[in-house]
Ligand binder design. Structure first.
Ligand code: SF4
Ligand code: MG
Length: 326
């Protein structure tokens, strides 16, 4: 397993509050080889903090991140070097992730230099070929301003795969692109993970893109994972009212369904205003008195884990199954 997160908390400073607020709280996930998992949630739910923690840019105040069985907190210099090569990130904004003064060729040579990998013309061509910038010669001497948004994101992806990583962390990689380009880039990422045997953690606020590409989805709300399940189960039988609301927000009307859609009103409370209990309670159509205490996460269906009182009575003897996700 590439990443395992065990117990405890990831705390970080959130906003301008003087008190430290848990931006990411009690999150556990394990990413296996060749697996694509998605993290979905509204902006400010802690996705970016989680990503920073996973790559070691933010230290967790509790718990740890494991890479190939070893905790980041025990990494040697050499481990970090290997980790930085093997875990590549693709960012949201291809306009910012490429140096405007670098040609495509220079952009691709840079990561090779950083990671002490021998340069070869073949390697550069192969990377461009894999991201379908064909023929490579046509693109090598172009500057970012001579590329479309989709082509820039393809170059960013080429920069990531040219060092032969085993994990890709994708942070909203298509949200800045126009809709037709989004589908092509998603397909490319999906094909590349398959062809190269990569694992990917795909972060987005958009459930429809996450469900196109991921095997397993974690639904995050205000720093907590409120539901985890295989993609078809999240879409077909969401057990958490917030997952249901995200599905209802996908703009594909189903003319044959007369099920009332859950409208998601307002925005999440700021982390400073969080009261005790379920963090979704202010927006939840199913709220009841016991939602003033925090719901435990239980296995509501095989491989599906939900933190919601609708699925948990105090008399319920099922254990809190956070540990079962390990
Ligand atoms: Fe809604 Fe209560 Fe479930 Fe929270 S615990 S999602 S408020 S029903
Ligand atoms: Mg973000």
């Amino acid at each position: 397993k590439y990443f395992t997160r065990k117990g405890g908390f990831l705390d970080s400073l959130f906003g301008s509050s003087k008190e430290p607020i848990r931006a990411v709280d009690d999150v556990s996930l394990a990413l296996d080889q060749n697996e694509v998992q998605g993290i979905i949630g509204e902006s400010g739910c802690g996705k970016s903090t989680l990503l920073k923690t996973v790559i070691g840019l933010t230290d967790p105040t509790g718990g740890d991140i494991f890479y190939k069985g070893k905790p980041l907190s025990e990494f040697s210099k050499r481990d970090w070097k290997e980790f930085r090569k093997n875990v590549q990130i693709i960012f949201q904004n291809p306009f910012e992730s490429l140096d405007p003064k670098f040609t495509v060729r220079e952009s691709l040579i840079e990561p090779l230099k950083i990671h002490d990998i021998e340069y070869s013309e073949e390697r550069i061509h192969d990377a461009l070929d894999r991201v379908q910038l064909n023929p490579p010669q046509k693109y090598l001497d172009r500057l970012p301003k001579q590329l479309s948004g989709g082509e820039k994101q393809r170059v960013s992806i080429a920069r990531a795969i040219i060092v032969e990583p085993d994990v890709i962390l994708a942070d909203e990689p298509v949200s800045m692109l126009d809709v037709s380009t989004q589908a092509a880039i998603l397909r490319l990422l999906s094909d590349l993970t398959e062809e190269l045997g990569l694992s990917m953690l795909y972060i987005s606020h958009d459930l429809s893109t996450v469900s196109d590409i991921c095997d397993l989805i974690h639904v995050m709300y205000l720093g907590r994972v409120v539901e985890t399940a295989p993609t078809n189960q999240i879409l077909g039988q969401p057990r958490h009212p917030y997952s249901q609301a995200l599905i209802d927000a996908i703009p594909i009307p189903d003319p044959f369904s007369d099920r009332p859609r859950t409208a998601l009103d307002g925005s999440p409370p700021s982390p400073e205003e969080l009261e005790a209990g379920c963090r979704f309670k202010d927006r939840c159509p199913e709220r009841m008195p016991r939602c003033d205490t925090a719901p435990k996460k239980v296995e509501t269906d095989p491989d599906q884990f939900t933190a919601c009182h609708l699925h948990y009575e105090e008399s319920d003897s099922r254990p809190n199954t956070e540990a079962a996700l390990q």
